[in-house]
Ligand binder design. Structure first.
Ligand SMILES: [Zn+2]
Length: 298
């Protein structure tokens, strides 16, 4: 079971977050049938969303990455309950790995932006964005947080895909410097992070999220404040799909009915298929027409 932890260093210098996301990313791989490069890119984005989601008491956070590379757009979303979902526009993209490394940066591209939206259920969601600097996702999230949200942040994300294309390890961490951090604490941590093995190496050695944070800051130096299970779960439902159909307007629904066969609508986030018979579409059409008459009257 994937999970994430949120805490603080006992010296009050850093807020710390870490996640183990193997099951979560494997579920995403199966649902989207991603090839390894796409699996790694989507998995890193999902892990980043899960880490940012740890800060939420309510609502959700969405990361959108579009670097102009062959993978196209990547979306990843996490809510306050640890439900995570995402998609990659072209899931079958795979570039030949070099020196055993998946070429995520090249597949994502860096000619574009990362944007982060926090919807806390208030009137307006909060949105910020930054230019992509590498397409490797961890560097881009850390640059976004540091520059756009002005919270100095270090982010590591990793997905290790096995030879049979399944996910063998996935996870990451996020470290944010608090205003009271001393220069010494900051430079010590920077040095540790420079010398730290890749996060996938630590996960494959069997380290838990808590143990990764202990490895960075020392065993008795951290306090875990919350542990949250992570699940790949979509918010789609038949009612939402019906609302989306109604929103298309009467012409589109009539076109579907004219085909005289069941209409299949697939959720982009989870692959769930919703089927509507022509009779059900007729009923929806009646609703659409009532709705548009009301709009005309208004
Ligand atoms: Zn769905």
């Amino acid at each position: 079971m994937s999970y994430a932890v949120r805490g603080i260093t006992k010296d009050g210098a850093f807020r710390i977050f870490a996640a183990e996301t193997k099951d979560l990313v494997e579920e995403a791989r199966k649902r989207h049938r991603t090839m390894p490069t796409a699996t790694a890119a989507l998995g890193r984005a999902l892990t980043a969303a899960a880490l940012l989601g740890l800060d939420l008491k309510t609502g959700r956070v969405m990361i959108q990455i579009n670097g102009g590379g062959p993978l196209g757009e990547i979306l990843a979303e996490a809510d306050a309950e640890g439900n995570v979902r995402g998609l990659v526009q072209r899931p079958h993209v795979h570039l030949t790995p070099q020196k055993g490394k998946l070429l995520v940066g090249q597949a994502v591209g860096r000619d574009g932006f990362i944007s982060v939206t926090r919807d806390l259920g208030l009137k307006e969601p909060y949105q910020g964005s930054a230019k992509l600097i590498s397409g490797e996702i961890a560097e881009d999230v850390s640059y976004y947080l540091t520059v756009s949200e002005q919270i100095p942040s270090a982010v590591a994300l990793g997905v290790f895909v096995d030879t049979d294309n399944t996910v063998q390890a996935a996870g990451g961490f996020l470290i944010q410097t608090l205003p009271q951090a001393t220069d010494e604490a900051i430079s010590t941590t920077e040095k540790v992070l420079r010398e730290l093995p890749p996060v996938t190496t630590l996960l494959r050695e069997g380290l838990s999220p808590e143990e990764i944070l202990e490895r960075i800051f020392g065993k008795d130096q951290i306090e875990i404040l919350e542990k949250r299970p992570l699940t790949y779960r979509c918010r789609c439902s038949r009612e939402r799909v019906e609302r989306a159909l109604v929103a298309l307007g009467p012409e589109e629904v009539k076109n579907l009915i004219a085909k005289a066969e069941p209409a299949k609508i697939t959720c982009d986030f989870c692959g769930e298929e919703y089927v509507f018979t022509p009779e059900e579409l007729e009923k929806l059409l009646a609703e659409v027409e009532v709705k548009s008459r009301k709009e005309l009257d208004a």
